[in-house]
Design a binder for this molecule. Structure first.
Ligand code: 5GP
Ligand code: ZN
Length: 113
C-alpha cells in the first residue's frame, strides 16, 4: 500500500519523531500551521475516522491522551491548544491514514476555515 503515514510509522521514510510506542507514532508536521504542529497516528492503517468503531476505543483514547500529554510536556496546556481530526474532502483530509493534529503556540481562530 502506498501510504505516506504507513511509511513514516514503519521508518521507511524519516520524520521528526516526538513520541512512539507499539500502537502510535507522533511526529512534527512538515508544513506546520502553528508554532507547534504535531501529528499523532496509529501504526495500523485506517483510512478515515469513518472507519472507526468500538473496537478502536482504546486506540483513540490513547491517541487523545498522548496528545494531551505532549501538550503538557510542551507547556501548551495552560494557554490552550487545538486537536483536529479532518475527515474526507470537505473536512480537509489530504492524507488517508487517520491522524490527530495537535496545534498550539498561537491564538486559534473560530470558526475554523
Ligand atoms: P490532513 O489535511 O490530511 O488532515 O493533514 C495532513 C497533514 O500531513 C498536513 O498537515 C501535512 O502538512 C502533513 N504531511 C503530509 N505529508 C507529510 C510528510 O511526509 N511528513 C510530515 N511530517 N507531514 C506530512
Ligand atoms: Zn497508512
Amino acid at each position: 500500500m502506498d501510504c505516506i503515514f504507513c511509511k513514516i510509522a514503519s521508518k521507511a521514510i524519516p520524520s521528526n519523531l516526538v513520541y512512539e510506542d507499539d500502537q502510535i507514532v507522533a511526529f512534527r508536521d512538515n508544513d506546520p500551521q502553528a508554532p507547534t504542529h504535531i501529528l499523532i497516528i496509529p501504526h495500523q492503517h485506517i483510512a478515515t475516522i469513518n472507519e472507526l468503531d468500538t473496537a478502536n476505543n482504546a486506540l483513540i483514547s490513547h491517541m487523545i491522551l498522548t496528545a494531551t500529554k505532549l501538550a503538557k510536556d510542551l507547556s501548551l496546556s495552560d494557554d490552550g491548544y487545538r486537536l483536529v481530526w479532518n475527515c474526507n474532502r470537505q473536512g480537509g483530509q489530504a492524507v488517508f491514514h487517520i491522524h490527530l493534529h495537535l496545534l498550539g503556540g498561537r491564538r486559534m481562530q473560530w470558526p475554523p476555515g
